[in-house]
Design a protein around this ligand. Structure first.
Ligand SMILES: NC(=O)c1ccc[n+]([C@@H]2O[C@H](COP(=O)([O-])OP(=O)(O)OC[C@H]3O[C@@H](n4cnc5c(N)ncnc54)[C@H](OP(=O)(O)O)[C@@H]3O)[C@@H](O)[C@H]2O)c1
Length: 288
């Protein structure tokens, strides 16, 4: 029986990246549904769960992509609500990974955790953290017991994102405005962990700033030069770049992210009715 993946996104286009990974991970057919909001989901869910015998439903699955974590979570909540209206034999598995944020962030935090072992009580700063990847790295570090600060070039944006995170994930993140070297220096001055999650090709943290402080780990997800942290190369894989300072680069994170993403899609077709939320995706990254 063919493995069919309904790829759902609120955006105008499906992510070609996600579609390729889905095929490479064993999906036989990927059906992209674009420009989707919660109101459109009921029909898609019914089409997925009522077309095949309940014993065969592990061969149909749903993947939620898009650019927006909040809208992705809204879709998954709607799917759960719709499942609850149906008999419990009528289920397919569902995964969520808007902009690769769940797999990338899980890979990044697993690498940080492997470097430091214990994250509880440590201070973390996520520079340019308002995008999907920065948001979810903040959530995972906070769930590991770290005190997290998230920065934006505009305080209001950081505050709004921290509010959304509190509402969706029930963790406290401190918003902070960092828009130039002076404010970036303030943001990282008492940090044990700094992660840069800015736009690709934009350097966020200069070497002369990080050299001043006892930062233990610096991780960067931007794979396009110039990288986010001056002195951390994309291939650095938990390498000591300066005495007492570990660097983790975007390709090292990306390597684990890709394994996690492939494993996520493979797992979708192993069993029906499993919801691969952030906690489960993080669990997959930890197990690799
Ligand atoms: N390594 C991997 O496997 C992997 C996987 C996925 C994504 N990525 C990379 O991860 C990074 C984050 O992805 P994303 O989708 O979360 O990012 P994003 O939404 O494109 O950008 C994140 C934040 O960067 C800030 N920003 C934008 N332009 C800037 C500029 N010129 N200077 C300073 N800050 C700027 C913005 O924050 P404010 O406007 O609030 O300041 C924005 O919210 C990207 O570089 C992406 O390519 C890597």
């Amino acid at each position: 029986m063919k493995k069919i993946l309904a790829y759902v996104t609120p955006e105008k286009h499906a992510s070609v990246f996600d579609v390729i990974v889905a095929y490479d991970s064993g999906a036989d057919v990927v059906v992209p549904y674009t420009d989707i909001n919660a109101g459109d989901m009921r029909d898609i869910i019914h089409s997925c769960v009522f077309t095949r015998h309940p014993d065969d439903l592990k061969n149909t699955a749903i993947f939620i992509g898009g650019h927006d974590v909040d809208r992705g979570e809204e879709l998954i909540n709607f799917i759960l609500k719709t499942f609850n209206e149906l008999s419990d034999i009528s289920r397919v598995s569902v995964a969520i990974d808007p902009d690769g944020a769940y797999t990338t962030s899980s890979a990044c935090v697993v690498k940080i955790k492997n470097s430091l072992k214990e994250l509880s009580g440590l201070n973390s700063t996520i520079l340019a953290g308002t995008g999907p990847v920065g948001q979810i790295i903040s959530v995972l570090l906070a769930k590991e017991g770290s005190n997290v600060t998230l920065t934006s070039r505009k305080f209001e944006r950081a505050k709004n994102v921290c509010g959304m995170i509190k509402r969706r994930y029930n963790v406290e993140i401190k918003p902070f405005e960092a828009k130039n070297d002076e404010t970036i220096e303030k943001a990282v001055s008492d940090s044990d962990i700094v992660v840069t999650t800015g736009l690709e090709g934009v350097q966020i943290l200069p070497r002369e700033i990080w050299l001043k402080f006892p930062i233990k780990v610096m991780a960067d997800v931007n794979a396009v030069p110039p990288y986010g942290v001056e002195g951390v190369d994309a291939r650095d894989d938990c390498r000591e770049i300066e005495k007492g300072k570990i660097g983790i680069g975007a390709l090292a994170i990306g390597n684990l992210k890709m394994k996690c993403h492939h494993e996520l899609v493979r797992n979708l077709f192993k069993e029906k009715g499993v919801i691969f939320d952030l906690e489960k995706v993080y669990g997959i990254a930890e197990s690799i």
